[in-house]
Each structure stands twice: as C-alpha cells, then as structure tokens.
Design a protein around this ligand. Structure first.
Ligand SMILES: *Cc1c(COP(=O)(O)O)cnc(C)c1O
Length: 250
C-alpha cells in the first residue's frame, strides 16, 4: 500500500471513531437540557479532507457532510455515494451557483445565503435545471465584525421574507451563523441568532420547528446545543486538524 493510501486509511478509521464520539456527545448535550437528540443534526465538515477519509465516516453510517469551497465539492461529490446529503457552508459567488447545482445533484442545503442577489441566482438555477426545491438557510453575521459573510441581524427578517415569498424554488429552512471571523463563537453570538429566529418566526408566521438554527462548531457545539442549536457543523474534531497547502487560499 502506498504511503498516502495508508495515511488515508489510518485517518479514515480515526475519523470514523471520532464521529461516533461526537454523535454521543451531541446526544448527551441534548439530553442534559431536555431536548430530543433526533432534533440535532451533525454536519461533518470534510473540507480539505480526501474522499477516502470521508468514505470511512460514511461507512460508519453518517450521511450529512459539509464543504465550503465550490471547486472542492465539485471534485469530491462524484467520487462519493449519491445518498450523501451535502451542505454548502461557504461564501458563494453568483457565477459559481449554476456549476454547483448542476455538479452536485445531491446538494441538500445551502447554509450561506447572505443577500437577495445570491438567493435570486439560486432560485433561477434550481428552476432552469429542473431540480427539486433547494433548502436554504440565511447566514447572519452575529459578531458585528466587518465581514462579507452574513446579513446584519437587523436585516435577517427581510432576507428570510424574500426567500420565502420571492423565491419559489427555494425552501426557507432557518438561520446559520459562524460567530467571529476567526471561526470561534461566543454565547452572545448564539443568543443573537436565537433572537433572530424569534423575530423571523413571528414576522413570517412560521412555527419554531420550521426554522433551523445552524450554530456550533468543534470547540463549542455542546454549548450551542444547550442554547437551542438544531444543526452543528463539526470539522476538526471529527477529521483532525486541517492542513492548507497554501495558507493564503483560506
Ligand atoms: C470549517 C467550518 C466549520 C467547522 O469548523 P471546526 O472548527 O473544524 O469544527 C464549521 N462551519 C463553517 C462555516 C466552516 O467553514
């Protein structure tokens, strides 16, 4: 066996075990605060990790994976089983929307809709490809840091309304936040997202259960669950630390 193949095998077995440990921690966190464990979904964030390693986690029974670069997802998805539910969680440029939707038929959700323009692009692309309606989350910038990613909390109702009323090929499914620019988050960030959901549900007249809260990553997912998260996006705790060949690219 070649050295890279051996490394992938070892990495894969480690990742599968780590996934099981994460799923157990998610369940315990949900139970601690009296929530139903089935109501918290784990997105295994596989960015920078090779398909062979993802495959091990798949073989351990996991089906939901997240990626945040279009090109990387376009390369990986065809090498992996078609019943994976892919979540796109990165910043999306309008000129990549069509190739993303065309190249990943099993894309289940785009978590990172942060303005009307990208929502409109997604809506039109779904229609022109004849795909079934696509689930989307509105990404909210809950840290107030200068950043292109995420609508200001004060604008989340308007954007959610636009998706629900103005984009017939999209299914408004809830809200997502990263937190701080350095990919950490604080309880205040989570609280802000919870408040946004309350407002969105009231203004749009939808029940809370129909508005997912995607918040919590490797270092803080248990706290996020205690604060009401329904989707946690976990990368390094499952797959190990990421190595970027070119630091400037991320
Ligand atoms: C990379 C990434 C994650 C996972 O981060 P970890 O700290 O490795 O768990 C979650 N959400 C988004 C949007 C990401 O880009």
């Amino acid at each position: 066996m070649s050295a890279p193949a051996a490394a992938a095998l070892e990495g894969g077995a480690g990742a599968a075990a780590a996934l099981r440990a994460v799923v157990a921690r998610v369940r315990q966190a949900a139970e601690r605060c009296g929530r139903h464990p089935e109501r918290v979904k784990v997105v295994a964030v596989s960015k920078t990790k090779p398909p062979a390693v993802v495959r091990h986690v798949y073989d351990a029974g996991h089906r939901c994976f997240g990626e945040n670069y279009v090109q990387e997802l376009l390369e990986k998805a065809p090498q992996l089983p078609a019943d994976i539910e892919w979540h796109f969680i990165g910043h999306l440029q309008s000129n990549k929307v069509k190739s993303l939707l065309a190249g990943v038929p099993n894309l289940d959700m785009v978590e990172s809709v942060d303005d009307e323009k990208i929502a409109n692009h997604l809506d039109r692309a779904v229609a022109s490809l004849g795909r079934k309606p696509l689930k989307v989350l509105v990404q909210v910038n809950t840290s107030g840091e200068e950043s292109k990613s995420g609508v200001d909390p004060s604008g989340c109702v308007e954007l959610a309304k636009h998706v629900k009323m103005g984009c017939p090929n999209l299914v408004f499914s809830g809200l997502m936040t990263i937190g701080m620019l350095d990919y950490t988050s604080t309880p205040e960030n989570f609280k802000t997202l919870v408040n946004c959901r309350d407002e969105v549900c009231k203004e749009l007249g939808i029940p809370e259960e129909q508005c997912e809260l995607s918040m919590g990553m490797s270092s803080d997912f248990e706290q996020a669950i205690e604060m009401g998260s329904t989707i946690v996006r976990i990368g390094s705790t499952i797959f190990g630390a990421r190595e970027y060949p070119n630091k400037n690219k991320n």
